[in-house]
Design a protein around this ligand. Structure first.
Ligand SMILES: O=C(O)CCC(=O)C(=O)O
Ligand SMILES: [Fe+2]
Length: 374
């Protein structure tokens, strides 16, 4: 009798079982317990909780309200969440009421020199108006936003920069990770807040759901070597924008537009592609505030001004808006030696500290996320 002839090999013969996607339903309790056990190790994978490959077990064991649980899942899947009813309406109205003052060209004459210099950098937007406007500061440090960010990322959040826009930016699609990155990577996000209704006419924010899951591009891969004469348009930056345009086409990414009433907010992940869509009603304003946040225990740098592949970093000296204090660069809490290079870049090296690199704050988050030993 003829023996059974082997059929054609299936792909799993070559590659093993396909990688599990880790759906919540398929994780067994014992697996979750083993994974959370691993996550109590101070050296366990250091990435934002919501972008972790262990997201499903973190979510399963976390002590979260149903609402927060859904929010974390949406952020994980899409790279953004839209929030309403977060801010007090009076705060939004009061901040919108400061715009006439903020965008009056004579205002800068009345400001302290450091604030005037920031204001004058770009007439289309006011950089770091928090120095001189309480409402900007209040929005950036709003306790509800800080709480949500900390639960999503698993570290204390650091509001470090504000931008106030009178008009839509019509900015081509980009990820903010090219401007602000961290070591470990991913610990950065933006919060956009509508100070008046955002519509298809006044240049709504455009964004590409799920694009945060694409690999974070290394600028050396695009032949961008952080040249001195960097400008936000053309040159090296144009090369990055061309890459994004091609990427959007290659992946068939679909742009969504943020049509929301005033007071709504969008939180987006550092690698989510976004930009400003066209203003179709000439002269229409779109008052909005963007706050950028880092997270505790990282090294903070600007990739577009760095040669990251060569270890030459343009470090960002950041100040935590909530305390007014500057934030040291660390590697998961471990102190660093910073050696300045020419041209404003630096090389960092470890001091070889034996101390537990995780601060008490991280321990608190782990407990809150059900990962502590308590
Ligand atoms: O508000 C916009 O249109 C885009 C703003 C933006 O990309 C940013 O602040 O990161
Ligand atoms: Fe951006």
């Amino acid at each position: 009798m003829e023996g059974k002839r082997p059929g054609p090999p299936s792909p799993s013969d070559y590659y093993g079982k396909p990688a599990a996607t880790g759906q919540l339903e398929t994780l067994r309790e014992s697996d979750v317990a083993a994974i959370t056990g691993y996550l109590t190790d101070p050296h366990a994978l250091n990435v934002p909780s919501v972008e972790s490959v262990f997201f499903e077990s973190i979510l399963k064991s976390a002590h979260l309200s149903d609402e927060m649980r859904q929010l974390a899942r949406d952020y994980h899947d899409n790279g953004f969440v839209v929030l309403d009813n977060i801010f007090e309406p009076e705060l939004i109205d009061s901040l919108a009421g400061r715009y006439e003052w903020m965008f009056d060209p004579t205002t800068t004459d009345t400001l302290p020199p450091h604030a005037a210099e920031l204001f004058d950098q770009d007439p289309m937007r006011r950089l770091d108006a928090w120095h001189v406007c309480d409402e900007v500061h209040k929005l950036a440090c709003h306790p509800r936003i800080l709480e949500i960010l900390e639960l999503l990322y698993g570290r204390r959040s650091i509001p470090f920069q504000t931008l106030n826009f009178l008009y839509g930016t019509e900015q081509p699609a980009h990820s903010d990770a090219i401007h602000f990155s961290s070591i470990p990577s991913g610990f950065m996000c933006g919060v956009w807040v509508a100070l008046e209704d955002s519509t298809l006419e006044n240049g709504a924010l455009g964004y590409y759901p799920g694009s945060h899951k694409l690999p974070e591009v290394q600028l050396a891969q695009l032949g961008i070597w952080g040249q001195q004469g960097y400008t936000a348009h053309g040159g090296d930056y144009g090369r990055f924008e061309n890459y994004v345009r091609a990427l959007v086409k290659a992946r068939g990414l679909e742009e969504k537009r943020l049509e929301v009433p005033k007071g709504s907010a969008l939180i987006w992940s550092s690698n989510l592609l976004h930009g400003g869509t066209a203003i179709s009603r000439p002269g229409a304003t779109r008052m909005s505030q963007v706050t950028h946040y880092y997270f505790e225990g990282c090294t903070y740098y600007a990739p577009i001004l760095s040669n990251a592949a060569l270890g030459e970093l343009r470090l960002k000296e950041i100040r935590d808006l909530r305390t007014g204090k500057s934030v040291p660069h660390t590697l998961n809490g471990e102190a660093l030696t910073i050696t300045p290079l020419e041209d404003g870049r630096s090389r960092i090296s470890r001091k070889g500290s034996k101390a537990n690199p995780l601060s008490r704050t991280f321990e608190t988050f782990k407990k809150r996320l059900g990962l502590g030993k308590s």
